[in-house]
Design a protein around this ligand. Structure first.
Ligand code: MN
Ligand code: MN
Length: 459
C-alpha cells in the first residue's frame, strides 16, 4: 500500500488546474452559506452549462434524448441534475450525492428580546455543534422572510465589508471560575446562544427602546415586522470569506466545507462531463445534518419521483422500469471524512484514518460501535471503483471515521441503498469538522473533482 502526499506528485499543469478549481471553490464557499444560496448558485451554473428546468422540458412536449440536460428543484433547498446517457435509463444511473446544509444557529420564530438594554435574537442550533465554539466570533445573518402576501425577502447581513456583523457574547475569564468547571457540553448552554443585535434606544420610547429601534431599522431596511419572523428562515453563520490557509497556501479554511466540498466538486464533475454511456445524476440534498428528514432531506420521495418524471420525459416510464433504473444505479454518496489530527491522535487508528492531501477518501462503511447504522459497501463494488480511479490517475485512500467504539456517524448512503443499488461513502478529509471554520487540502479538492468525473464517465 503506497500512501503519498499528492503535492509531491503534481506537475505544473496539475498544479494550475488545482489552483483554478480551488479558486472557484473558495468563491462558492464565500457566497453560498445556506442550502438556499447553494441551490440558487448551482442552478445558475447549471443553466450556464445548458441545463433546462424539468418543468420547462415538460411543457415543451419534446422528448428527452441522449445528451439532454435537465434539473429539478425541491422547495429551493434540494436540487437534482440529470444528463441523459446513450444507454436506457432502466440500465441504471451514475449518481453523485452530497448535502448542502451545514451546522449553524437558526433564528427562532419569536426571537427578539431586550435585556440590560441589549437586544438579542434567540436561536435554536441546527446540527451537531460544540456550542462553546459559537461565542465571541463575528456572525452573519442569511435567510428568507416569507410575507403573508406571498412575496419573499432575502436577507444577507454581515458578509459585505461595510455591513455590521453580529455575535454571541461569552463570559470574561476573570469571572468564569464556575463556568470553567463545567463539562464541555454545558460550558455554553443551547438556550444561551443569543445573538446580540442592538444597543441604541429609539428616541422617545420608554419601554424596551433598544428592541423598538431594532424593529424600526428592520422595517425600514427590509420591510419586515416582528410577526414576520414567524414565517422566516434566518440562519446565523460565521461571517467572512473562505481563505487559503498555511504559509504554503496548501489548504483552505472556511465555514460549511461539510459538505460543500463534496457538493462543489461533484457539481464541477457533473458540468464537465461531455459524454457518458449511462445517465449521469448530481443529487444535492438538505437536512443531512439533522437526519435527512423532511421534504427536502434524502428520506423524502423527491429523488424517486424526479427519476419517474425524467423517464416519462424520455418516453420510457413504466413502474417496473423505474424500479430497475434505481436498482441498477451506482452511487458515490459523498460526505466529508475526519482527517487524522496529531493533536487528537488517540481518536484515530492510524492505518485506517484519512490523511490530508492523500486524495479522495472511500469509506467502505461508517456507523457506530459494531458498524451500527452503516451502509457497508460491497467488496465487488469497491473493486470496480478501484479500477476506475486507478485507470483515471485519481489518488484515493480508504478510511474509517475514527477509532473503533469511540463514536460514529452516518450519511445519506443507507437511504439510497434501500433501492438495492450499489452505494459507497466517499469524500474529502477535513480538519476541525463541524467547527465554525473547517480546513481542507487543495489537493484533496482536486482529486475529488477528478474522481467524481471519472465515476460519472466510467461506472
Ligand atoms: Mn456531512
Ligand atoms: Mn456533518
Amino acid at each position: 500500500m503506497k500512501r503519498e502526499n499528492c503535492f509531491k506528485l503534481y506537475n505544473d499543469n496539475e498544479k494550475n488546474e488545482m489552483e483554478k478549481l480551488c479558486g472557484g471553490y473558495i468563491d462558492f464557499l464565500s457566497s453560498c452559506k445556506t442550502e438556499r444560496e447553494c441551490v440558487k448558485e448551482i442552478i445558475r451554473q447549471a443553466q450556464g452549462a445548458g441545463y433546462v428546468n424539468m418543468e420547462e422540458a415538460l411543457s415543451s412536449g419534446r422528448m428527452l434524448r441522449a445528451g439532454d440536460r435537465v434539473y429539478a428543484v425541491c422547495m429551493n433547498k434540494a436540487v437534482a441534475l440529470f444528463r441523459i446517457g446513450q444507454r436506457p435509463i432502466a440500465e441504471g444511473i451514475n449518481i453523485l450525492g452530497a448535502h448542502i446544509d451545514s451546522p449553524r444557529l437558526d433564528i427562532k420564530q419569536n426571537p427578539l428580546f431586550e435585556d440590560g438594554e441589549l437586544a438579542f435574537l434567540d436561536t435554536h442550533y441546527y446540527g451537531g455543534i460544540k456550542k462553546y465554539q459559537w461565542v465571541a466570533l463575528p456572525l452573519a445573518l442569511h435567510g428568507t422572510v416569507a410575507k403573508k402576501d406571498g412575496s419573499t425577502i432575502d436577507i444577507n447581513i454581515g458578509e459585505d465589508e461595510n455591513d455590521p456583523v453580529f455575535c454571541v457574547t461569552d463570559l470574561l475569564i476573570h469571572l468564569a471560575q464556575e463556568q470553567m468547571e463545567k463539562k464541555g457540553a454545558r460550558v455554553v448552554e443551547g438556550e444561551d446562544l443569543n445573538i446580540l443585535i442592538g444597543n441604541a434606544p429609539l428616541a422617545g420610547e420608554e419601554k424596551e427602546a433598544v428592541k423598538a429601534n431594532v424593529l424600526k431599522l428592520l422595517n425600514e431596511k427590509y420591510g419586515i415586522d416582528e410577526e414576520d419572523f414567524v414565517s422566516a428562515e434566518i440562519e446565523a453563520v460565521p461571517a467572512g470569506k473562505a481563505r487559503e490557509a498555511g504559509i504554503d497556501r496548501s489548504m483552505i479554511i472556511s465555514y460549511g466545507q461539510d459538505d460543500r466540498v463534496c457538493a462543489y466538486t461533484s457539481l464541477k464533475a457533473m458540468l464537465d462531463v461531455t459524454d457518458s454511456e449511462k445517465t449521469a445524476c448530481l443529487l444535492l440534498v438538505d437536512k443531512e445534518e439533522i437526519g435527512s428528514v423532511g421534504a427536502t432531506g434524502m428520506q423524502s420521495r423527491f429523488f424517486e419521483n424526479t427519476v419517474a418524471e425524467l423517464m416519462d420525459l424520455a418516453g420510457v416510464y413504466t413502474e417496473l422500469d423505474l424500479r430497475r433504473a434505481l436498482r441498477n444505479s451506482r452511487m458515490l454518496s459523498s460526505d466529508v471524512s475526519s482527517a487524522y489530527d496529531p493533536a487528537y491522535a488517540a481518536a484515530f487508528e492510524k492505518n485506517n484514518a484519512a490523511y490530508l492531501s492523500h486524495g479522495l477518501v472511500f469509506n467502505k462503511f461508517t456507523g457506530a460501535r459494531g458498524k451500527s447504522g452503516s451502509n457497508d459497501a460491497n467488496a465487488e463494488y469497491m473493486a470496480v471503483l478501484r479500477n476506475i480511479m486507478d485507470s483515471s490517475n485519481v489518488r484515493y485512500q480508504t478510511a474509517e471515521l475514527g477509532r473503533v467504539d469511540l463514536g460514529g456517524g452516518g450519511t445519506i448512503a443507507y437511504i439510497l441503498a434501500l433501492y438495492g443499488m450499489e452505494v459507497i461513502d466517499s469524500g474529502v478529509a477535513v480538519l476541525s469538522m463541524h467547527a465554525p471554520w473547517e480546513v481542507t487540502s487543495k489537493a484533496d479538492v482536486y482529486e475529488a473533482a477528478k474522481g467524481y468525473r471519472a465515476f460519472l464517465e466510467k461506472a
